[in-house]
Design a protein around this ligand. Sequence first.
Ligand code: SAH
Ligand code: SF4
Length: 385
Amino acid sequence: MSALSTTTPHVEPQQTPVNLMGLSLLQMEQFFFELGEKKFRAQQVLKWIHHAGIIDIEEMSNLGKVLREKLLKIAEVRPPEVASQHDSSDGTRKWTIRVEGGGLVETVLIPAGKRATLCVSSQVGCSLDCSFCSTGKQGFQRDLSAAEIIGQVWLAIKSYDAFGDGDRRVVTNVVMMGMGEPLLNFDNVVSAMDLMLEDLAYGLSKRRVTLSTSGVVPALDRLAEVSEVSLAVSLHAPNDELRSQLVPINRKYPIARLLESCRNYMAAQSDKSRVVTVEYTLIEGVNDQVEHARELAVLLQGFPCKINLIPFNSFPRSEYRRPSGNAVSRFWQVLVDAGYIVTVRSTRGDDIDAACGQLVGQVVDRTGRSGRHRAASEAQVIAVG
Ligand code: SAH
Ligand code: SF4
């Protein structure tokens, strides 16, 4: 018997490398502290990844050879894997991202003049099953990691090849309005939003990062303690009976509790001039009547908000329809007459299915179009000014 066949092979214990892409400044400092390294290493690595767009640890020249070798054994910087990229004739760009373990999520960049808003996903699918949302129809698969969330911002900027040109402003606004309910993936979303605001990463103003929620009240209360991002709330109905049909989580946290939680969130902000964006998807014959607008005007009296109307985007097997332009105008007029600031989302990226609701249909039903992501891309442009 040869020596080779009798030797028991030495197998190194498998250790999953830490993906440094998703670590906030504090988490990165903790990581280097545990390695016995100085705090400033965290700042250097953040800048390499998020300012310079560098993901190869060997290229991080100011870390020194010994530290780089140490890092290569235990860490990596892994951006999202792009399954496809599409450009719309109106300048909207959509990436479909393949996540580990299967499943696809979507990120959409919507340019508007000197600004561009990035619509970011937080989960693969969604468990909340709103009746008009194709992501909800897909069901919930899993939360995205912080690296997978902030990686969408990294990817958008990298994709425009803006690194190194001194122009990293290709993304001026971020909205958490892609797939998923961000407040049900609380810790990862908060870490990723910290990086969006962090000067050593993306340095966006807190006004220009918006979290949209369908109303997970306890998580919104927690968010008030840790975050200062802008808030958008998906209302879609002026009373509990109708809202519970459209947004099932309303049965658990009805409108009065949701609006109170929004008020508390705004009260916790240092800048008292900020308002909540109330999102209202208009569905023909369901919630788009003049009476609904009047009821909404009464409901929101004294509530610090602006209203964003989203004409419904259809998707396969949905029984709902988009209202006519006239119906949208009538609804808008009632609210304007009542003194509200009201915007209507225009459709962007329609030709590449980049509008709110459109990705999930492709995942679930590869033959058809869907409607959810369409609204996301529309939303960014108008609702988040
Ligand atoms: N889960 C969060 C954020 C993602 S959805 C939320 O519900 O707020 C982002 C926005 O798109 C929400 O206002 C949502 O109601 C809206 N939306 C979902 N499906 C839509 C559709 N088919 N047409 C128009 N807007 C839609
Ligand atoms: Fe989930 Fe938002 Fe879609 Fe409702 S609208 S199912 S909360 S992604």
